[in-house]
Structure formats: structure tokens, C-alpha cells
Ligand binder design. Structure first.
Ligand code: AMP
Length: 625
């Protein structure tokens, strides 16, 4: 069900939005009918023998199981290995999208088709009338959106495997987008498509600075990327100024596409006046960068970045740089499909809700009991071990039947071959726009640490720590407790693990060839050993973490802070004082509360960082695992 309209025609856009949201129930029925009829003969659906007719929805819901990635991984592997698309999709699967969720250390792969790009374009086009409704004059200038592509992989059968945005920016839908006043970006396509992230960043920021009086909107997809750009600007501002003053691009930018487009579009002549004005802004207010976005790009009306979910941790820092500009989270989507848009874009970050568009996919919702998360008193959420979500797994609710105030886990049936697939996101219904519900993003199931697009869950962390502790055990140290948090106080942020080690008193160091033991000397592991632990944890984390850390530089070196004896008892006392139950207390594997972090920080006896970034190869070794 693809609808089309002219994105510069706000009225047409709103007419479609009204239609989609007023008629959401019927649209969803149509979408399911269309997906089932198109794919009834695929190997996957054939077995369920769903006859189209009055009761096909009921049949679909009772016969087709709700699945998670592990259930469909063998099918995806067959497609990656060259078996035909019609195992799951009547349309040709043209590529696999690498999700930031991982399975067995490798990115999850989501099927995609050529038609899906039309659906994404439709989705992006709908964002335009929504923004125009709230902010006037957006056609009178440019958008400085810092957009990046990531390295691609190829499956054994030659299919491309790449992140969803990389796929979109490489598509003709993006590259040959019809000109309209709302898609005039300061970044030439060549700078976005440059696969070297540093050269891409440098050129895009340089173009943004050169065009700074035309810029009406500043943005990146996620808050983490925009903060990284500001840090990059701060670190390199003198070089930017020199380039603008001389009209010459730094020699280290060697990408031919970037050099060509910078010479013809951005740095066409020396501009000492512009350079002096930028220099003055960078140096004003005693070099404080507070409000720098508003100062360098004075016509900016808002900053467009996703600040919901794990990105909420960046709101205070962004507010510092934005100088009072509104932060706008426009959309909620994933590699599986794009889900919804924010129809009240100027709402405060904590109030942002997304309206799922009923023509993107067939949506179902697994009710999650309100206390699906147990607050452990440390500002940290735990899932109940006796998971209510799974118990209610067959009782899904349709899009239009969800209830305000309730929590749900999202399940999608897409046009690209996913049937009743659990995305892993928990959403809360906050209201309705016509008959379409609005959802607040609550959390990704089971993710404990996230800095950029990485999503590390409790199990990943446990496995990584289990490998690292093997390094200290032969030295007479046992890991008694650990917890972690994402430290985003500096850019890039980094993972911090707190470790409490017990030193074995009777451990015979000399017998183990370690010389005289360190007993009685307090904490006595050599720094190089602890650094090795940091590096081992990084090597053990999944490929998205390692790519962000090694290739993108969007995650800093992992740190282990060793706390003295009793550090975790103090943490427990604090959690209990905040309402955790004594009987059920388990050390949280991730802490968020500032006070909990302060308690552990005040007991640090040593702090160590990983010295080398972990290995990361853009190689498709999915099937060898
Ligand atoms: P990926 O498949 O790697 O693109 O990641 C998609 C996931 O990112 C979603 O399932 C969400 O968990 C998260 N995500 C995407 N958009 C948003 C948003 N607007 N707010 C919060 N989380 C988001």
C-alpha cells in the first residue's frame, strides 16, 4: 500500500496523514491482506495454509508463530548463501540490512527489497509537511545534516549487507532525489558517500561553515553523531578556519569525490572575512563553546536529532551547545522497517511520541505488564526473570486496540519477508492522533550499555567479562562483582566497568612463577594486566561495538575502575535505601543513577584503559560462526 504525494504540497501531505491516521484500522487490515496475498506461496507462509477471506487475520494470528531473530536466522543464512528470495518473499530480496542488534556477535540481517526504498521515501516525505506546520520558512535556506555511510559487506552469494541508512544514501532515491526546497543540504552527496568517516566529517562540517548563513536546520540521525561532530569541530576549528581563509582544502583529504566537490562547490575562493568571523565565534566567551550551534549558524531554527531511547543521555550536553534551540526527534525506525513519525515535533524530548504509520507494515503488540521492568533502586531497569511477555505471546493486540498508559512489545509483519517478528522494543501508549496510537519509546529489551549505535546486552557483557577475568584468576585474583555504565561525560563516550577483586591470601605466587606475592600491599595487579583485561572485553564485544570503536571512533577506550573491598556492599546499601527488595537484590549489571556511580567512584583504587582498539574487519564471516 504505497501512497504518493508531492512533498512540497503540505496540504496533500496532511490529507494523506489524516487518511492514514483516521482509517488506521482498515489500513492495517489491507496491509496484512496485501502481504499475505503477495507471499502466500513463499516457503515460509505456504505451510500455514492461510486462505484469504474474512478470517485470514485470525488464521494468520493463530497459525503463524511469533518469532525472534534466532528463530529465523537459519532462513536468513540460506538467503545470504544464495538460495532464492521466495523462501520468505515473493519480491526479490536485493540486499540484507545489518541491524545494530547482534546475534552470536554478528549483526542481525534484515531482508530488503527495491520496493521498500519507495516506502522509505514516502516516509521521509511525510516529515516535511509536519515540520512546516510548526516552523515557517524552512524553504528559505539549507539543512546542515551530517549524514554518514558505513562500510559494506558482501554475503557469500554476493548480496550486499550494510546498515539501513547506508543503503538509502547509496540508492537512486537519495542520489537522484527530485529537487525541492526542503532537501537542499549543505553536504554534497560525495561527502556523505565518502566511506572514510574522518574525511567525510571534515568536508561536511567545512561545507556547513562555508554556507553558515544559509543554514536553517542542523542535524544528524542520532544525538551521539551530532556531539561527535561538535567535538570534531572544536578539535579542528583552526584547520577549518585556515581552509576557509586560504580557499584550499587540507592535503590529508584525499578522497577524489570529496576533493572534486569541495573545489567546485565549497572552497571556490579564499574568504578571509568568513574565516575571521568564524574565528571570532570560536574564541568568544573565553573559548566556552556554550551555544556554539546558534552562534556559528545564527539562522538555525531547530536541531534535528533523535534524543529518545538510549540517546536521551545526551540531552544535557546537546542543550549546552544548542543555545536554546529546540531538539527535534522526527522519526522512529529500524532495519526491519520504518515505524512512525513524531507529529508534535516541538514537544520536549521527554514527551516525544511517535505515531506508527499504518501503511508501513502490519503491527501487533504484545502486552507487557506494567512492571515488566523492575526498578532496582539504582535508577536501573531489570526485566523480570519470569518474563510476562512470553507468557502472553499469542495474545497480541492490533494497532488500533492498544490502550493509553499501557506498555507493549512491538511485533511486525513486513513487506520484505518478516512475519510476526519481535523487534525488541518496548513502547508505551501516550495518546491517539485520530485513530492511530502515539507511542513513547521506553527501551530496547535487555540493552544495558549503548554509546552510539552499539547495543550491548547483559549476556554480551557477561561473556566478555568472563573472558577477561580468566586473565586475573591465575594471578590469585577473583572477580567478586562487576557492574557497568556508559560514561558520556566526554566525547566520545566510553564503557566503564567497576570491578571488585578479591585477592586470594593463600595463593602461592612463587609456585605459579610469579615471584613474591602482593599480599598485604593492597591492590597489586600490574597496570598492563588490567589493560589487557580492558582489551579482552573490547575484543569480546560484538561487531557493532568494535566498528564504532575502531573504525568510526564514536566510542572511546573501555575503562575498568577497580574498587576497594566493600565497594559493592556500599552499592547494595544504596540500592536498598532506594527501595530494592533485600530478598531479591541482585547486583545490577548496569547502573545509571549518578549517586550509585558516585558511591563506586569514591572507592576506586585503580583505573585502567584499553590501549588498542579491537580488531574489526568489514568482512562477512556470518556463516562461519
Ligand atoms: P537498527 O535496526 O540498527 O537501525 O536499530 C533500530 C533500533 O534503534 C530500534 O528498534 C530502536 O531500538 C532504536 N531506535 C530507532 N529509532 C529510535 C528512536 N526514535 N528513539 C529511540 N530508539 C530508536
Amino acid at each position: 500500500m504505497l501512497l504518493d504525494f508531492d512533498p512540497t504540497d503540505d496540504q496533500a501531505g496532511f490529507k494523506i496523514l489524516e487518511q492514514l491516521t483516521s482509517d488506521a484500522g482498515r489500513m492495517q487490515e489491507e496491509v496484512l491482506k496485501e502481504i499475505v496475498s503477495q507471499n502466500a506461496n513463499t516457503e515460509y507462509l505456504r505451510d500455514f495454509d492461510i486462505l484469504l477471506g474474512h478470517h485470514h487475520k485470525q488464521a494468520f494470528k493463530t497459525k503463524v508463530p511469533i518469532v525472534s531473530y534466532e528463530d529465523i536466522k537459519p532462513i536468513i543464512e540460506r538467503i545470504a548463501n544464495g538460495e532464492p528470495s521466495h523462501i520468505i518473499s515473493s519480491q526479490l530480496i536485493t540486499e540484507l540490512l545489518t541491524s545494530s542488534g547482534t546475534s552470536g556477535g554478528q549483526p542481525k540481517l534484515m531482508p530488503s527489497t527495491a520496493q521498500e526504498l519507495n516506502r522509505k521515501t514516502f516516509f521521509y516525505n511525510l516529515l516535511i509537511p509536519v515540520m512546516n506546520k510548526y516552523i515557517a520558512g524552512l524553504d528559505k535556506g539549507k539543512a546542515m545534516y551530517l549524514l554518514f555511510t558505513k562500510p559494506e559487506m558482501t554475503t557469500p552469494s554476493g548480496l550486499k549487507a550494510r546498515p539501513v541508512l547506508t543503503s538509502y544514501y547509496h540508492s537512486s532515491h537519495f542520489k537522484n532525489r527530485p529537487f525541492n526546497p526542503y532537501n537542499v543540504y549543505t553536504s554534497p552527496d560525495a561527502t556523505i558517500l565518502c566511506s572514510d568517516s574522518k574525511q567525510s566529517m571534515f568536508c561536511q562540517l567545512l561545507c556547513g561553515l562555508v554556507n553558515r548563513h544559509d543554514v536553517l536546520r542542523v542535524g544528524a540521525v542520532f544525538a551521539s553523531a551530532l556531539l561527535r561532530a561538535i567535538k570534531f569541530l572544536e578539535d579542528h576549528h583552526q584547520e577549518f578556519i585556515n581552509n576557509i581563509r586560504s580557499g584550499h582544502l587540507s592535503e590529508w583529504v584525499t578522497d577524489p569525490g570529496c576533493r572534486e566537490v569541495m573545489a567546485s562547490d565549497a572552497l571556490t575562493r579564499p574568504d578571509p572575512d568568513a574565516a575571521a568571523a568564524i574565528e571570532a565565534e570560536c574564541r568568544s566567551s573565553s573559548y566556552s563553546w556554550e551555544g556554539i550551534i546558534k552562534r556559528l549558524w545564527p539562522r538555525t531554527k531547530y536541531v534535528e536529532v533523535i534524543v529518545t531511547g538510549s540517546m536521551a543521555q545526551y540531552i544535557p550536553t546537546l542543550e549546552f551547545y544548542c543555545g536554546g534551540l529546540p531538539l527535534v526527534s522526527t522519526m522512529y525506525g529500524s532495519s526491519e522497517c520504518y515505524f512512525g513519525i513524531n507529529l508534535r515535533p516541538l514537544s520536549k524530548p521527554k514527551d516525544v511520541s511517535y505515531t506508527l504509520l499504518p501503511n508501513m507494515a502490519y503491527f501487533e503488540f504484545i502486552p507487557v505488564e506494567k512492571d515488566h521492568v523492575i526498578l532496582d533502586g539504582c535508577g536501573n531497569n531489570h526485566h523480570a526473570h519470569d518474563d510476562p511477555v512470553d507468557r502472553l505471546a499469542t495474545q497480541t493486540v492490533d494497532l488500533v486496540d492498544v490502550k493509553i498508559g499501557r506498555y507493549y512489545e512491538l511485533v511486525v509483519t513486513t513487506y520484505t519477508g518478516l512475519y510476526r517478528y519481535k523487534v525488541g522494543d518496548i513502547l508505551k501508549v501516550t495518546g491517539f492522533y485520530n485513530n492511530a496510537p502515539e507511542f513513547q519509546f521506553v527501551q530496547r529489551r535487555n540493552v544495558v550499555l549503548s554509546i552510539d549505535t552499539d547495543k550491548t546486552n547483559e549476556e554480551d557483557l557477561l561473556n566478555a567479562v568472563a573472558r577477561a577475568k580468566l586473565i586475573v584468576e591465575p594471578l590469585g585474583f577473583l572477580l567478586a562483582e562487576y557492574t557497568a555504565y556508559a560514561d558520556t561525560s566526554s566525547v566520545p563516550g566510553h564503557y566503564v566497568l567497576f570491578w571488585e577483586l578479591i585477592q586470594l591470601v593463600n595463593f602461592n605466587h612463587e609456585k605459579n612463577g610469579l615471584g613474591p606475592g602482593p599480599v598485604g600491599r593492597g591492590f597489586a595487579i600490574e597496570a598492563s594486566i588490567m589493560e589487557k583485561c580492558c582489551a579482552t572485553i573490547e575484543e569480546s564485544l560484538d561487531s557493532v561495538y568494535r566498528r564504532c570503536r575502531k573504525k568510526d571512533g564514536s566510542i572511546g577506550p573501555l575503562e575498568i575502575r577497580v574498587v576497594g573491598k566493600g565497594g559493592f556492599d556500599a552499592l547494595m546499601d544504596y540500592c536498598l535505601s532506594q527501595g530494592s527488595s533485600v530478598n531479591q537484590y541482585k547486583t545490577p549489571r548496569c547502573i545509571k543513577s549518578e549517586e550509585a556511580i558516585r558511591i563506586l567512584d569514591s572507592r576506586i583504587v585503580g583505573s585502567f584503559f584499553s590501549r588498542d582498539a579491537p580488531s574489526w574487519e568489514p568482512k562477512f564471516n556470518y556463516l562461519n560462526n
